[in-house]
Design a protein around this ligand. Structure first.
Ligand SMILES: [Zn+2]
Length: 250
C-alpha cells in the first residue's frame, strides 16, 4: 500500500498541475483511505465508474473528468449526491486531472492519441499549450484514409467535413470538446483540425476555408491519457491499476 499523498504529489510533479488555470480542481476531489493499493482509472467519474471502483475494492478512482466544474451548481443533490455518497460509503479517493492531463507531452491525451495514430508531435501551442501540430503519415494523407485509421484505432467512425480528394499533410489537434479552437488551427496553417466534438458552426468554417474538420469523439479521444498516467503510477509505486471503459458515443 502507498500513502495517498505520495501518489498525489507524484501526479502533481509529473503533470505540473500548478502551471495550469483550470475550471476544475486538479488532484484530490473526494477524500478516502490514507493508503492506496489499487487504482481504477476512467475518463469520467460517472456512477458506473464509481460502482466499478467499489466492486473491485479500489482505494482510488483516477479520472480526467472529475465531479466539480466551475459552470455547475455548487449544491450536492440528485445524481451528484448519489455519486459522492457511493465514494464516501466505500472510502474511495477521487482524484481528477483535467487540462494538465491533456497537455502533458508524453502522458497527455494529445500525445497519446498521436502516438496511437502515428502522427509526429512537432509543436504544442495556443491556449495553455493545448493545441498540437504535426505531420500526417502518407497512409493518412486524404480524409477517407484518415477516417479509416481513426475508426480502426478508436473503434468508432469520425464525423468528417472537407473535400475527400485533397492531399493533406499538416494536422492540428486537441482532444475532447475543443471545437472552439478551430480558428486557431486555421490560423496555424492546418490542413486538418481534429478534436472530439463538432458544433454547427464548424461545418461552415470547414467548407469556406478548405481546412477539414474531424470530430472523432470526446470520450474516444480522451481514453488514453488517464491510462498512461495509471501505467506511470503502477510502474513507480507498484500499485495495481485497471482501466474502466464505457461505450460513450459522444
Ligand atoms: Zn474532456
Amino acid at each position: 500500500m502507498t500513502p495517498r499523498q505520495e501518489i498525489l504529489r507524484h501526479c502533481d510533479t509529473l503533470l505540473q498541475t500548478a502551471q495550469f488555470k483550470d475550471y476544475a480542481p486538479n488532484g484530490l476531489q473526494v477524500e478516502g483511505t490514507e493508503t492506496v493499493g489499487k487504482i481504477v482509472t476512467a475518463v469520467t467519474a460517472s456512477r458506473a465508474a464509481i460502482e466499478h471502483a467499489a466492486a473491485h475494492n479500489a482505494q482510488m478512482l483516477l479520472v480526467h473528468h472529475g465531479l466539480f466544474w466551475k459552470s455547475e451548481p455548487l449544491t450536492v443533490t440528485g445524481w451528484k449526491k448519489q455519486r459522492i455518497a457511493k465514494l464516501l460509503a466505500h472510502d474511495i479517493n477521487l482524484a481528477g486531472y483535467h487540462l494538465p492531463l491533456d497537455a502533458h507531452p508524453e502522458l497527455g491525451n494529445n500525445a497519446q492519441l498521436a502516438q496511437r495514430l502515428g502522427w509526429t508531435l512537432e509543436a504544442q501551442f495556443g491556449e495553455q499549450n493545448l493545441l498540437n501540430a504535426g505531420a500526417l503519415p502518407d497512409s493518412q494523407s486524404t480524409l477517407p484514409a484518415l477516417a479509416a485509421a481513426l475508426e480502426q484505432v478508436l473503434g468508432r467512425a469520425p464525423t468528417v467535413v472537407g473535400c475527400p480528394n485533397a492531399t493533406r499533410r499538416r494536422i492540428v489537434w486537441c482532444t475532447g470538446g475543443a471545437q472552439g479552437f478551430f480558428q486557431a488551427a486555421i490560423d496555424a496553417g492546418a490542413d486538418v483540425y481534429l478534436t472530439g466534438e463538432i458544433s454547427e458552426a464548424q461545418y461552415h468554417l470547414a467548407n469556406e476555408t478548405g481546412v477539414a474538420f474531424v470530430s472523432a469523439g470526446h470520450h474516444a479521444t480522451e481514453r488514453y491519457g488517464i491510462q498512461a498516467l495509471g501505467a506511470a503510477l503502477a510502474a513507480h509505486f507498484g500499485v495495481e491499476c485497471v482501466f474502466f471503459d464505457e461505450n460513450n458515443p459522444a
